[in-house]
Design a protein. Sequence first.
Length: 312
Amino acid sequence: MVKAVVLGAAGGIGQPLSLLLKANPLVTELGLYDIVNTPGVAADLSHISTPAKKALTNADIVVIPAGVPRKPGMTRDDLFKINAGIVKGLATGIATTAPKAFVLVISNPVNSTVPIVAEVFKKFGVFDPKRLFGVTTLDVVRASTFVAEILGDLSLSKSVAVPVVGGHSGVTIVPLLSQSSHPLPSSLSQDKYEALVKRVQFGGDEVVKAKDGAGSATLSMAYAGAEFAAKIIRAVNGEKGIADATGSSALASELGEKLPYFSSNVELGREGVVKVHPLGKITEAEQTLVKAAIPELTKNIETGVNFVAEAY
Ligand code: NAI
């Protein structure tokens, strides 16, 4: 018995994500909440339509794709002003109604919205880093697809596994291509390697540009969110040792106290994250990428923490 709840269910991500969760046989109840059109989506999916608090009651897993998406020329940080308040409000609802739920934050800027949820939970005394996740899975999905493209065989995209660590914007996204399950051709030039890294880091911009003002990734995000949620749902359902939960964790990493949030490959169990995998052996180029990610990620985390500190 697993109850999943989507906050922001009527949006570009929320609708297909709700559909995919509805199609997951392990989800026995689905709660939907949005500030607009929830009954329409709920009726469409033949699901319940209730106000947030009621929708959240007894939730095992809550996914949050609520908030505004990017338009061309915007960075994820430009969304902070609007989305920070939305996420803070929703986090308060979760803290008071479903404090034991696994929380998956999709709303951008993820690097700052995850600390916002954590800080709100701390205020309510319900923070459990093992259960809070920033959803960076789309970066993993993109990395797998782009590597399969380079290998010249798109049928591999499902089986290619590339760890992507760090955060979820620009230089904070660090693909560890040297650890790809399917190694890159040794003949790949330095230029092509760098272009691949850039494409993983800025893949979201391709979609924002192509949509030309109509938003950012929704379908690929719904797919990625449902993939990650499915792993969490299996863990909630009692399955042990689910590995490589596609790179998302709010748990402190080996990088220490300075970076309390750093997405890493993790192992999941019923209680949440049971193990954070270390970065492992990485190349010099990847060490440089990690070094470049840290100052930006640190700044983003502080922005989220300060937002909540100033609000109370
Ligand atoms: P959208 O505008 O289509 O949908 C957002 C939905 O949130 C709307 O239906 C809106 O009514 C709802 N909403 C706003 N305030 C709310 C509140 N207080 N409570 C409940 N619902 C509320 O946007 P879209 O394209 O679905 O994107 C949603 C978010 O996901 C954006 O912040 C976007 O940047 C982010 N995103 C994250 C990705 C990731 O990899 N983590 C990838 C792509 C987008």
